[in-house]
Design a protein around this ligand. Structure first.
Ligand code: CMC
Length: 430
């Protein structure tokens, strides 16, 4: 389109500029040419928290936040949740296309072959206090993996890089399960390569005293669906962390450890834990209006956890799938009584002007914690259940970043607001 430009007049100098508009964006570097004199650094753009800045081009995940659409490589999330498996979705994300049977078998086999971790990792785990948060243990042990695979530094070597990506996807359930067992004072259970990815994980977490114990197939499927829903979500906080850390060309284990720590926070992956704490605090359906009033109180510091999203200004499509999955899980586990409070919160919030005007809807974390709790996971473990599947997104985005010729080491600018240059003052003169 001939008019795909932005005309800018710099009123400080009267100079006019034509900036190219591409993919709905102008390049921030175009502003650098706008200077008041030769000494001037040039105009920058200021965008705290990247509210309106695209940091990359990506072909992995598409979100239309206004319409509530989420697609992996073009496939709608509800179709994948209904028909796919986590490992098939992982293949799709990593390779861009759904696998045929041979490709999926090979991929599954490779992942399965890498589920074991070095025996030293167990000693590493044992070093943590009995009450260490599983996410701290997960972040540290994933970072430690880089010391076991020094070749991982060759991030520009595709074969080596892919090897580490498979290892990360394969080992994450084992490390998460070990962190759970450590926090429960239980012996570690080694991976069983006869089982599927998700069945193996649940077995490593839950099996006690019965070597042939297997989780209920409905729960395996429900968790696999949750894994699919969490596999990627384009440039969220943890993925951006992985890209930023990885842009220094550090190995993918170190970069993913950065992603895990970002995910740990209550505004990101830690929100499902916060939702359960909130539902407990509310305690009963009848207390919901009072709680909503506290959330709306400008002087208070309460948020409706599991509501709102930077990108979705509509119902999070993942929350829809999870809400449905609740019933299937509760049929096996019995109903989680907190669901009644959650449903009432959603009902009242969605009719309330405060939430309607701000387009605040339930997000992925609003119902997921209820399922995790019904499955018998302690709250502290919920974010690990997010980190396992998100590893697929992290490594895929890491690879996309490393192979993108436009990317460089991430290094934003700042607006300096501190003191001007001044001379050091001796202690007795201060
Ligand atoms: N409860 C009450 N008010 C809210 C909430 C909430 N959960 N979320 C946003 N608002 C209000 C906010 O106070 C602001 O109001 P005002 O315009 O009067 O100042 C307005 O809505 C816009 O919010 P914002 O803080 O500018 O939005 P953001 O894009 O910076 O934050 C968010 C997005 C997800 C961090 C935020 O909605 C939030 O803190 N939600 C609760 C935590 C949560 O559920 N996080 C999980 C996110 S989804 C999974 C993931 O990414 O890990």
């Amino acid at each position: 389109m001939a008019n795909d430009t932005l005309s800018v007049t710099d009123n400080r100098t009267g100079k006019k500029f034509e900036l190219k508009i591409e993919n709905g964006c102008v390049r921030a570097m175009e502003f650098r040419q706008m200077k008041v004199d030769a000494e001037d650094f040039g105009l920058m753009t200021y965008d705290p928290a990247f509210l309106n800045t695209a940091n990359c081009k990506s072909a992995i995940t598409f979100i239309d936040g206004d319409k509530g659409i989420l697609e992996y490589r073009g496939y709608p999330i509800d179709q994948l949740a209904d028909k796919s498996t986590h490992l098939e979705t992982a293949y799709l994300l990593m390779n861009g296309e759904l696998p045929n049977k041979t490709q999926l078998d090979e991929f599954t086999n490779k992942i399965t072959l890498h589920t074991y971790v070095h025996e030293n990792i167990k000693q590493f785990m044992d070093g943590f206090r009995y009450d260490a948060h599983p996410m701290s243990m997960l972040a540290s042990t994933v970072a430690a993996l880089s010391s076991f695979y020094p070749e991982a530094r060759q991030v520009r070597n595709k074969e080596v890089r892919r090897h580490q990506m498979m290892r990360l996807i394969a080992k994450m359930p084992t490390l998460a399960a070990f962190s759970y067992r450590h926090s429960q004072g239980l012996p570690y259970i080694y991976p069983n390569n006869d089982l599927s990815y998700t069945e193996n994980f649940l077995t490593m977490v839950k099996s006690i005293g019965k070597p042939n114990w297997r989780p209920h197939p409905a729960l395996v499927r429900a968790l696999d669906v949750l894994f699919i829903l969490h596999a990627d979500h384009e440039q969220n906080c943890s993925t951006t962390s992985v890209r930023v850390v990885g842009s220094s060309e550090v190995d993918p284990y170190s970069a993913c450890a950065g992603g895990i720590t970002a995910l740990y926070g209550p505004l990101h992956g830690g929100a499902n834990e916060a939702v359960l704490r909130m539902l407990r605090e509310i305690g009963d359906k009848k207390n919901v209006p009072e709680f909503i009033a506290k959330v709306k109180d400008k002087d208070g510091d309460k948020k409706l956890m599991g509501f709102g999203h930077r990108v979705y200004k509509n119902y999070d499509p993942r929350a829809k799938v999870i809400k449905k999955a609740c019933d299937e899980v509760f049929e096996v586990t019995g109903k989680n009584p907190l669901i009644d409070i959650a449903v009432e919160l959603e009902r009242i919030a969605l009719q309330d002007d405060y939430f309607v005007q701000r387009k605040l809807y339930p997000n992925v974390d609003f119902y997921s914690g209820l399922i995790y709790e019904a499955m018998g996971f302690p709250m502290e473990f919920f974010t690990c259940l997010f980190a396992i599947p998100r590893t697929v997104g992290w490594v895929t985005q890491f690879e996309e970043m490393i192979t993108d010729n436009e990317q460089k080491i991430a290094r934003p600018r700042q607006i300096f607001t501190g003191s001007k240059k001044r001379d050091y003052v001796a202690m007795d003169k201060r």
